[in-house]
Design a protein around this ligand. Sequence first.
Ligand code: LLP
Length: 429
Amino acid sequence: MHHFAYRDGALFAEDVDLREIAEKVGTPVYVYSSATIERHYRLYEQAMASITPGRKPHVFYAMKANSNLGVLKTLAALGAGADTVSEGEIRKALAAGFPPERIVFSGVGKSEGELAFAVEAGIYQVNIESESELDLLSRVGERLGRRQEAVFRVNPDIGAGGHAKITTGSSANKFGVSFEDVHRLYARAANMAGVRIMGLAVHIGSQIRETGAFEAAYAKMRDLVLALREEGHRVDRLDLGGGLGIPYEVPRDFDHGPGLIEAYAGMVGKLTAGLDVELGFEPGRLIVGNAGILLTRVLHLNPRPTKQFLVVDAAMNDLMRPAMYEAYHEIWPVAEPAPGTAAVAYDVVGPICESGDTFTTGRELPQQKPGDLIAFMTAGAYGASMSSTYNQRLLVAEVLVKGDQFAVTRPRQSYEELIGTDRSPPWLS
Ligand code: LLP
């Protein structure tokens, strides 16, 4: 469920008319709904709390999905933690008010500088992905006089996900240490002064819409926890990653309840029963995915003998998912179509100079004209956070709505910011 709906003939975000945002902020612009973010966070947190009686589950929001300051502050205020993957993300999480003891640091390529920053900041946990990283982290910890708490991210050789490019858990993927290696690494780490291993982590992919692959991977993790304990190791934490998917193709009146979250929680509860570990989770898309839309204006219609191009002012640099993963996003016109309005099949494209800048082909929409507003739905996750300035287009603006208020939480980049940060080489200046 989300809080974008038609009211008095126009699409609203909560109690704000999207036409007003388009007029005041311009387009393209991302619009996020606080109520939707809150709803999804609470649903998720409560479902996981129900399987960890007596303990609070650690929900580390994967901020790569949407790192807008307003979105981060909303989640920090709800008590969420943050899953980060770079020094920039750690800095931004801290700036948004996530306390260091609720921050985890994941990723296959952490540099010495980034690890030192994380250790000095006093973050909760580093998710180690290789032996080389283990050595580096311990050296950094020792140098700083700290013993950094960490877990090993294990590659379970069970991959899943909505697209090959977002599958991470297969042994062909670059992520994590192998099941075989983790025993030896645990033993080695026991003698290291700069790191304290607290347990294990796993993340198998993204946009996964059924529980089967998670179940297979988590069953392997359970066995691994027990085997490591047999060897005398301490395994107090199990970070189960993110990856639960969301419905992108939904009819306008579809009410999707918390079915998948509950099924997932039930499965996790069963598999971790009696294991006596602190559970952690890293959801991203599920929290923010359908809490955001990309609002764009029709620039031109370009009819051809066999098709009709609808050229809008958003492009692949603003929303990369269709070009990169053939991703589907619903398109809703901002003006509510009158019943019986004739539909036209459009190829919806952006202004960028390559054919990949296509959001969809042959999509039936009510007849459009230049100046009309349309919304790409379910664009709250991996939308603005993957945007760029390709074609020297300005970084897209972002707006957060709460009830009848809205605020620009990232103004559109200016041309001064776009051009003014480049430097001329001395031999050309
Ligand atoms: N934890 C780790 C270690 C991850 O790598 C990811 C996502 C997450 C958690 C959060 O996964 P989620 O709950 O959002 O599925 N840009 C792609 C998705 C890339 C996901 C990368 N890792 C897309 O637009 O579909």
